[in-house]
Design a protein around this ligand. Structure first.
Ligand code: TYM
Length: 329
């Protein structure tokens, strides 16, 4: 069977260099490997409180960022999760095949809920992986490009697919998470032991940051007391993170990056990293602005919803029939 590639991004907060390196940068290349479905996970964005206007703006921004990554909308299906009702419908079925125990072991849920009062934790945050599994299953996707933090959710989806296929026959496609070899987990610049996330203004590079801001953030990134530019995550987490960023942007290995900086002082090394990031993001930002102004994303999302609905509704029917729902046509 030909490859089906699927991934989603949540329109919460501002996208970071972590999202870019972990996923966005690679999306164009993926389109050469099979049919691609990329979406805006707006239903997932509702799992934590968000203002309606912010969600709307973030969704538009994300559509433009997807397109700025260079994907050809004629060859790729780009859509909003909420414009394909099969996601919610499959979710309603699949929630009966994933269990409280396994959902409460999900790292993302534990991280996010540990910072909240129990009375404020929505059911959607808990059942987040059920909807994510439904996203994946609906498109018969076999390749799921994600950063490291989403691999656990894809693994759970694999368990679910096994469960359903054992119970009802081979009706679902087995997905597999694929991470970039270099850059699957970009760390915060202010605390390189923590992941770069959408909610840390000091440690994050945001995709809309001006070049001068990007330079300042990289020049003041936390490093360590040594002087050698060497990849050593345990003793040099800050330098290792900057080497990873550089290697991922330049599409070279960590070893090759290390070789380029033999004998460099930290300051000169950081300057080279800042140049590399700015050279990459400047044209990307220009494309983003042009797409935002032209509003070309509107038609792309409309067409995307049509194609996504076509594929997703077929899978939904297949599952509905298999579990015993009467599908009257
Ligand atoms: P989200 O929106 O948190 O992140 C989008 C993608 O960016 C990756 N990522 C990173 N990669 C490297 N370094 C980082 N610091 C970093 N931070 C984020 C994430 O791993 C992710 O691939 N649940 C998903 C959205 C989703 C989805 C799906 C993905 C919903 N349904 C189905 C794949 C398939 C999420 O919240 O990603």
């Amino acid at each position: 069977m030909a490859n089906r590639i699927l991934t989603g991004i949540k329109p919460t907060g501002k996208l970071t260099l972590g999202n870019y390196i972990g996923v966005l940068k690679n999306l164009k290349r993926e389109t050469e490997r099979g049919e691609c479905f990329y979406f805006i996970a707006d239903l997932h964005a509702l799992t934590l409180p968000i203002e309606p206007e912010e969600l709307r703006q973030n969704s538009i921004d994300l559509a433009c960022f997807y397109l700025a990554s260079g994907i050809d909308p004629k060859k790729t299906t780009l859509f909003l999760q909420s414009s394909v009702s099969a996601h919610a419908e499959l979710n309603a079925i699949m929630q009966n095949y994933l269990y409280m125990g396994e959902l409460s072991r999900m790292t993302q849920f534990k991280d996010k809920s540990s910072k909240m009062k129990e009375s404020a934790i929505g059911l959607g945050l808990f059942s987040y992986p059920v909807l994510m599994a439904s996203d994946i299953i609906l498109y018969d996707a076999n390749i799921i490009p994600v950063g490291e933090d989403q691999v656990q959710h894809v693994e759970l989806t694999r368990d679910l697919v096994n469960r359903i296929n054992n119970r009802y026959g081979e009706i679902l496609t087995m997905p597999k998470a694929e991470m970039r070899k270099v850059g699957a987990r970009i760390m915060s610049l202010s605390d390189p032991t923590k992941k770069m996330s959408k909610s840390d203004p000091k440690g994050d590079i945001f995709l809309k940051d001006e070049p001068a801001v990007i330079r300042k953030k990289i020049m003041s990134a936390v490093t360590d007391s040594g002087s050698e530019v060497k990849y050593d995550v345990e003793n040099k987490p800050g330098i290792s993170n900057l080497l990873t960023i550089y290697a991922a942007i330049k599409e070279i290995s960590i070893e090759e990056a290390e070789k380029e900086f033999v004998g460099f002082r930290y300051g000169d090394f950081k300057k080279a990293v800042a140049d590399a990031v700015i050279n990459e993001l400047e044209p990307f930002q220009a494309r983003y602005k042009q797409i935002l102004e032209s509003k070309e994303y509107e038609n792309v999302l409309k067409q995307g919803a049509i194609r996504a609905n076509e594929v997703a509704s077929k899978t939904l029917k297949r599952v509905q029939k298999a579990v015993g729902l009467l599908t009257i046509e």
